[in-house]
Design a protein. Structure first.
Length: 311
């Protein structure tokens, strides 16, 4: 696969789940590309807003630089790309394959509103955050109204504009893209779509048999401070709660990889860092657990031997 897969929506429409699905498809077909979620989206939002505010070409060049670094064979999944889709097309052209994710508006608005309330610093121009980390596109960036008029709109009107604008920007470029796949969020993990996504990426590839279910938006963040909300959201962002409920080994593997990642990045992480002493202690815990498992297996084997075949 020598294309760039770009999967975009308006946010809160299954991009995290799709990133995991494509990652599993890559792994099953032994593809060494990377499935990215929200790659560069913060910079692409902020640089675009600054460009619209000040008009300096430097901000436009910063956007170009980011997108030029994207590699063929990878997948870029998330929001924050619709408003620069024309630039992405100019750079990657015929090598671009587009997946358009779309969630029903009412459920999207409810979910996006909760996300703004939980993470206001990620929603500049939509929240009351004084120093947002991300400034999102608004009607005044497209000369559709003044900033003052925008600030007086209701949240309902702002969200309605955001939803429609993102999808309009995507739809306006579809006729320029040779390969486009439209997916309804509500049917994202269906067997039909898992097959369609795989064949869209590469006609010769084998599809995965089961989707994934990752959604941190339903967690109870109300009693958490801002810092803890970020930590919890990032930690569980790829936790497949359905697969883990069906198969405890899935959950065990998730936390095992978190421990290993925490050790390898112990000098970079402020949280989730695992020291060498902690890893040694974990090793002792694992040995005790392995010992218990071996005793259970031995006990089961003895039971099988002592039980008559005709019993």
């Amino acid at each position: 696969m020598n294309h760039l897969i770009l999967a975009i929506g308006a946010g809160r429409d299954g991009t995290t789940t799709l990133q995991q699905i494509i990652n599993k498809i890559f792994l099953k077909n032994k593809h060494d590309g990377v499935s990215h979620h929200q790659k560069d989206h913060q910079d692409l939002y902020n640089q675009f807003c600054l460009y619209k505010k000040y008009g300096s070409r430097d901000y436009y060049l910063n956007i170009l630089k980011r997108i030029k670094q994207w590699k063929l064979g990878d997948a870029i999944i998330g929001n924050g790309y619709a408003h620069v889709l024309n630039i992405i097309l100019d750079i990657h052209g015929e090598k671009l394959k587009l997946i358009h994710l779309k969630r029903q508006k009412r459920t999207w608005m409810d979910s996006f509103r909760r996300n703004i309330e939980t993470f206001p610093w990620n929603h500049g121009n939509y929240s009351d955050s004084k120093e947002p980390k991300i400034n999102r596109i608004a009607a005044f960036h497209f000369n559709e109204c003044s900033k003052d008029a925008w600030n007086h709109l209701s949240m309902e009107d702002k969200l309605n504009w955001y939803y429609e604008k993102n999808h309009d920007l995507i739809n306006s470029k579809k006729n320029l893209i040779q390969n486009v796949l439209n997916i309804e969020t509500e049917k994202l993990s269906s067997e039909k779509n898992l097959h369609a996504i795989t064949k869209f990426i590469d006609e010769e590839w084998l599809p995965i048999n089961e989707g994934t279910h990752v959604n941190t938006s339903k967690m109870d963040y109300e009693d958490l401070n801002q810092n803890d909300r970020i930590i919890v959201s990032r930690f569980y962002s790829r936790f497949d709660y359905v697969r883990s409920a069906k198969d405890p080994f899935e959950g065990e593997a998730y936390f095992f990889h978190k421990i290993i990642d925490g050790f390898l990045n112990r000098y970079n992480y402020e949280y989730n860092a695992i020291s060498l002493d902690a890893l040694c202690s974990y090793n002792q815990i694992l040995k005790k657990r392995i010992d218990r498992i071996e005793r259970l297996i031995e006990s089961e084997d003895r039971t099988r031997v002592s039980t008559p075949k005709n019993a």
